[in-house]
Design a binder for this molecule. Structure first.
Ligand SMILES: [Zn+2]
Length: 166
């Protein structure tokens, strides 16, 4: 059964369904641009190409129906995580240096502090993202993509959610 139609100009598969896949409120997407478009990449030569009217795709965006509220939640999560990363990067510089000055730690101690701070910042950012999503009862863009049958179909055929390294 056809679930998507190809928009050749924008290199994306647009969903025919409108029921939001990210929340369980049953809300419908009212605008194509509210939908989430999740990119998939062809990773190896042997894997299937999506060929359409002689155009071969190495990368295509798969549309997942998303309501306006979920689009806003996702963009707020992105914003909050960018801000947290900004302050986190500052902490990564400040904390090890502060420790070195206050406690007169060795270079080795500074490196340990650096690693610990990077780890804590990473965990903090992830916790923040998860906290916002669960408070809003919305699943992440990645989890939504993994639930989409068409995305799974591409992954089964050797495509990847991660951009291949050149
Ligand atoms: Zn929704």
């Amino acid at each position: 059964m056809e679930t998507h139609t190809l928009n050749e100009a924008r290199k994306r598969l647009e969903p025919l369904s409108t029921q939001c896949a990210f929340c369980s409120t049953g809300t419908h997407s009212s605008n194509m641009e509210d939908n989430r478009f999740s990119p998939v990449y062809r990773i190896q030569d042997r894997t299937n190409l999506l060929v359409y009217r002689n155009v071969k795709f190495n990368e295509i965006q798969i549309g997942i129906p998303r309501c306006e509220r979920c689009r806003k939640v996702h963009s707020n999560v992105k914003l909050a995580s960018d801000i947290a990363i900004f302050f986190g990067v500052l902490l990564v510089f400040i904390i090890p240096v502060a420790f070195a000055i206050i406690f007169n730690t060795s270079t080795f101690g500074m490196i340990v502090m650096l690693i610990v701070t990077v780890g804590l910042v990473y965990l903090g950012v992830r916790a923040l993202e998860k906290g916002i999503l669960s408070a809003c009862k919305v699943i992440s863009e990645k989890d939504g993509a993994l639930e989409e049958p068409l995305v799974r179909e591409f992954l089964k055929n050797g495509w990847s959610l991660d951009r291949p390294r050149a």
